[in-house]
Write a protein that binds this ligand. Structure first.
Ligand code: SF4
Length: 402
């Protein structure tokens, strides 16, 4: 199976009470022994993720989670972890061995609805408890997708998978453009990629690889240079490039080398549109103008990594923000899957490029900020704003291919 980046896979999550048969159902769905199946309630303690090619859906990540009725302090921590997984879930499979939609199930359903997570109920163990007509009618009357299944015999699992396909939000099933809608075959694209201390050894980072791949898929011509070689590279071309895409960190240096009539943007701006909500992230950057002494800014990164001496999130952006605003600002950082619950305490959230997040997770993070009235932007858009080039880097999206 070709390796698909984590952020490009659909995320399916099985949730339900302990011993509802989540683990055996996951194994029946995938035809593999992914999860430990045991009759002892609470065998799955932490969410278990597995990448899988699930036809007809394609590449998915399936999460098996701890029982939502887990008890004790540790149990509550596990339930919290399950909620976090739901934040990045495209479709939830609510597994129950009950034959009716009882009060507990209704509570989970209302949580999922509030979180805007599409779901299907898998009434499991139908070999032991066939699903009564009243429950089927209840689901139909309430517009709830359901399937009667047996994780042990595999009965109904195919139907479950077919129904799952119909629940995947259409925004995820249609191909999103990273850059291809800005290009025509034969056009010339220059990619500017600094190789500094922060660059990984011996390879390019995922956003650069994905953009380069789309340039090639568009039958355009891609040229890749470091910022120091850019001037020489441009001088050696027989015509002006049709588009220049740069790493945000060197946007100020690079913009000076690009003729004003050449379309110019950054990798982060492309990702703001591809993964997030472009307008919200651009508007979020305007909130920088309203920051005051003591304003609190959350620097949110989707993975934890070793902090470099001149780290973009914790060193460069805070420095540029203080210079730009002239204010005493307070910066706090969150990393990994933990998006803080006290968001309303912040005046602005600045998110990383989110290359490792799926679209839904980034959109839910944006939604959470909107719900609490906190502006959110991403690193690249913010850096362009701080360097006074935001209008220039967003212009190509309003001009399209020419
Ligand atoms: S911190 Fe953000 S931008 Fe950096 S690799 Fe992780 S997801 Fe991608």
């Amino acid at each position: 199976m070709a390796k698909v980046p984590r952020g490009e896979r659909l995320v399916l999550t099985l949730i339900g009470k302990r011993n509802a048969g989540k683990s055996s159902l996951i194994n029946a769905m995938t035809g593999q022994e992914i999860s430990i199946v045991s009759d002892t309630p609470g065998t799955t303690t932490d969410p278990v993720a597995k990448a899988y090619e699930l036809l007809p859906l394609g590449p998915v990540t399936i999460y098996d989670t701890a029982g939502i009725d887990d008890v004790g302090d540790l149990g509550q921590q596990r339930v919290k972890k399950t909620r976090k997984i739901l934040f990045r879930t495209d479709v939830a499979i609510l597994v129950t061995d009950s034959t009716e939609v009882d009060e507990d199930l209704e509570t989970i359903i209302s949580d999922l609805k509030e979180m805007k997570v599409p779901f299907i109920i898998a009434f499991n163990k139908n070999d032991l408890n066939p699903l009564p007509k009243a429950t089927r009618e209840y689901c139909k009357d309430n517009n709830i997708a359901y399937a009667s299944v047996s994780g042990t015999s595999g009965d109904g699992v195919r139907m479950l998978k077919e129904k799952l396909v119909t629940l995947v939000p259409s925004t995820l099933t249609h191909e999103n453009n990273l850059v291809s809608d800005l290009l025509r075959p034969g056009q010339l694209v220059v990619l500017v990629v600094p190789i500094d201390l922060a660059a990984p050894k011996g390879r390019l980072i995922l956003p650069q690889v994905q953009v380069l791949r789309e340039v090639l898929d568009s039958d355009a011509v891609g040229i890749i240079v470091k910022e120091r070689e850019l001037e020489k590279a441009l001088a050696g071309l027989s015509r002006k490039p049709d588009l220049v895409i740069t790493d945000s960190q060197v946007v100020l240096k690079v913009v000076g080398d690009i003729p004003p009539d050449v379309r110019f943007t950054t990798f982060s701006t492309l990702f703001a549109r591809y993964k997030g909500d472009f307008e919200t992230l651009v508007n979020g950057a305007q909130a920088i103008d309203n920051l005051k002494d003591g304003s609190k800014i959350l620097i949110a990164e989707a993975c934890s990594h070793h902090t470099q001496a001149d780290d973009i999130g914790t060193v460069k952006i805070p420095r540029w923000m203080r210079q730009f605003t002239g204010k005493e600002l307070i910066f706090e950082k969150s990393a990994g899957n933990d998006f803080p619950e006290n968001l309303e305490e912040y005046d602005l959230v600045l998110h990383c490029g989110s290359c490792m997040l799926n679209q839904i997770e980034m959109k839910r993070r944006i939604m959470e900020c909107q719900r609490r009235g906190v502006p959110i932007s991403n690193y690249g858009v913010t850096i362009s704003k701080l360097h006074g080039v935001l209008d220039r880097v967003i212009e190509p999206f309003f001009m399209r291919s020419r």
